[in-house]
Design a protein around this ligand. Structure first.
Ligand code: SF4
Length: 348
């Protein structure tokens, strides 16, 4: 008889690790699926092999990484079950992910799906009725197993079909973590991420920016929105300039590096070579303006902000020499530091 296979929805948090291991313990071959989007864990895409090896070494789990950005951006626009405390559409997010994972079952020859959900652990997305909604709306009722709380729920198809031994599943519930930590210790797992970290949609500050981005009045229309726009939205200080330009300004070297690496054709990049200071990125500078005067106006404002947030020269001139690179051409803008009273209103 061929080996039973399953896929597990793998956030990387302790519950998903344990749910995967509990089923693996029954001799079932489990492949963990790690979904990424610009809102969570996107950086894994730059080191997929290293990430998979780390998960294997730490937890003994085989994982595959899948980028779900495209459909996710659309789902976030209008989630059927709304948002949580911030801009987090947790119920729709789960439905979306379970549904995506379900579509991968055939490719992996897997018979069912596992999640690390625990009844009563999260107020919005892990109530019993919500768990039922997630199974129903993701059309996964017959293939979705929640090993950590399975004994508190009706038997699922994989249990009834004898693929999984219900007796060896668990009855965890509520917000307490002690049983999870004890089980982790049994597996020799001591190094695991803290719960609920890593999703910017649940971050009170960054989620406000994203919400703004999704509003009808944002400078980038929904139809034109890309993954790069979302990534940029999470970097540095942000401004909407008077002529309609969208500007990001690095706060430190890390932000500056990010802006330089994310910058695309058509974006303007500004910075000073003569002294330390921020890199600024004016998004779609070559295409978003009605005329050259509007474009030049915003480039001048951007240069003024670069000087304002740049290192001051003791007893030297206030003005700075800002190099602007746009569409392969470089030009120098001599700018005064822009007054905070002026730019405060432009901050996103
Ligand atoms: S916190 Fe973020 S990743 Fe987690 S369920 Fe909610 S929206 Fe999805």
């Amino acid at each position: 008889m061929s080996k039973v296979k399953a896929l597990s929805l793998f956030s990387g948090g302790l519950d998903s690790i344990l749910a995967t291991r509990v089923v693996m313990d029954q001799g079932i071959e489990v492949t963990a699926v790690k979904f990424v989007s610009p809102f969570f864990d996107y950086e894994i895409l730059s080191h997929i092999e290293g990430y998979c090896q780390e998960v294997k070494d730490k937890y003994g789990i085989n994982v595959v990484v899948v980028d779900i950005s495209k459909g996710y951006l659309e789902m976030l626009r209008n989630p059927a079950y709304g948002y949580g405390k911030n801009f987090n559409p947790c119920v729709d997010c789960k439905i979306f992910m379970v549904n995506r994972a379900k579509k991968m079952l055939a490719e992996y020859g897997a018979s069912f799906l596992i999640t690390g959900e625990v009844i009563g652990q999260r107020p919005m997305s892990q109530r019993r009725d919500t768990l039922n909604v997630i199974s129903r709306d993701s059309e996964s009722r017959s293939v979705l197993l929640r090993p950590l709380c399975a004994k508190l729920m009706s038997p699922t198809q994989p249990e009834e079909d004898g693929l999984v031994d219900r007796e060896k599943l668990l009855n965890f519930s509520g917000r307490g973590r002690s049983r999870q930590i004890a089980l982790a210790a049994e597996y020799g797992i001591t190094d695991f991420p803290s719960p609920a970290g890593g999703c910017v949609l649940a971050d009170p500050i960054l989620s406000r920016r994203i919400e703004n981005f999704y509003g009808d009045n944002f400078v980038v229309k929904y139809e034109d929105m890309t993954v790069t726009d979302v990534l940029l939205l999470l970097v540095g200080r942000q401004f909407l300039l008077p002529n309609g330009g969208w500007l990001m300004l690095g706060r430190d070297e890390r932000d500056n590096d990010k802006l330089e690496s994310i910058c695309e054709e058509g974006d303007a990049l500004l910075g000073m070579e003569e002294r330390p200071g921020p890199i600024a990125l004016l998004r779609r500078a070559s295409t978003c303006y009605a005329d050259d005067a509007a474009q030049q106006g915003d480039l001048n404002y951007a240069a003024g902000l670069v000087v304002r947030y740049g290192k001051k020269v003791k007893d030297g001139p206030q003005t700075g020499e800002v190099i602007c690179t746009l569409s392969g051409e470089k030009k120098t803008i001599i700018a005064e530091p822009l007054a905070d009273e002026i730019s405060r209103e432009w901050m996103l």
